[in-house]
Design a protein around this ligand. Sequence first.
Ligand code: CS2
Length: 500
Amino acid sequence: MNTRTLPRLSRAILPVPGLQRPPSTPEPGIVHLGLGNFHRAHQAVYTANALRRTDGPWGITGVSTSPGRGPRPVLTGMAEQDCLYTVLTLHRDRAVAATVPGVHHAPLAADGQGADVVAAIGSATTRIVSLTVTEKGYTFGADGHLDLDDPLVRADLKGGTPRTALGLTVRGLQQRLRTGAVPVTVLCCDNLMDNGRQLRRLLGEFIAALPAAERDDLQTYLDTAVSTPSTMVDRIAPATTDEHRALVARAFGVRDTVPVPAEPYKLWVLQDDFRAGRPAWEAAGAVFVRDVAPYELMKLRLLNGAHSLLAYLGLLRGHRSIDQAVTDDLLGAAVEAAMRDEILPTVTAPDAMPGKAYIAELLDRFANPALGHRTAQVASDGSLKIPVRWAGVIEESLAAGRVPRLLALGIAAYVRVVTGGADAYDEQALGIVHDAARPRLTELARRTREPGEAAGLILTESGLLPQQAAQHEAFASAVAEAARTLHTHGAEAALRWART
Ligand code: CS2
């Protein structure tokens, strides 16, 4: 796919609704860190749709992050294809719609082109710096603060060309400060609670760790001219496989090495606090509200919380994808019960999203068989996801005198998947679960032969949950019992235990 084949593509897919592209790539105004599938199926699509209605300098310079992981196929693919790629909207009935956002400029790699990234963020024409770098991209430690022991963070603080998301952003802001301190918005689009505020705090911690001479002006610039609105982002966009590439070739007759599969649903709720303008995303369906927090809480706890539960228990039940996991009667019913009885009581549903209807909609979205969303993908990085998705629910349930047994089982399942590896589930068929905490958790688990005790040790020493919840007697004993049941009798028995 490239600009020359685009007309052919449009003709070829005329019967497919939705294929359009702005006439030419708009002037760059956004630098986006994290060129993964989620950004390419979410913000890029909202931006393209907004630009169809209202022009503006809102082209996106995408930056592939992931330091140390070598050249990313998405970077090469986008570069070879004139920054064009297909978003495949995969419907439950197997109907496919396609769209080509066409809003990106030549992408950059944080690894190797850090100076160019800093220059792009530093340019006065950049009005928004947005991020989808996943939980681990924010380089915070188990306590949620900037991880000053992380070698990449330390190197970035010392100077030289930065490689972390925070390093790139702060060095870019530093450059802006030197060249006129033009206001800018830094927009977190990741699944973190209060994501704008958290990002702002982390940027502040990074600045505070710089040498004294660099600190003060930069902090003042951050305080006075940089906004960091909070956002709730939502669209399931699984990893690309050869099947998706083949689908584009078959349906549209073009070769696209980097298409993005995505579900039909999408939602973006934002706080309207942009210091230097923004695309008319509302024209594309984005919702601007004064307080994003209720939407974030609802989405992170119900969607992402249930997703993680389906992922760990799904792997232990032998399921490769989320739709298989949710259509497993026993597991699907357990996850629905967890959403209704354990999670929903801890959120205040916004009027626009009544709780029960939202749960029904989520179950329907999860069951979309066309997505093939891998359980191993959702299960990865649990050490960073669980504190966001489950910890608050567990803490608040315990404070209200309820022991959330299904989430206790979720913790036990996470421990079993991450420390048991191939003994716990078929890693070869279902995929490896990546988690930076794996070596440490495995070491903790090896200190005892008793699975209940091992889970208990991990609960108290891993920082997954706040200490008070981790040491809550009834909860800790539920986790230990769940771990023992999983180990000795398997996931089916454990699911039955959790529902008694
Ligand atoms: C998923 C999310 O991989 C995961 O952990 O829970 O990526 C999820 O698909 C999105 O947040 C949906 O908006």
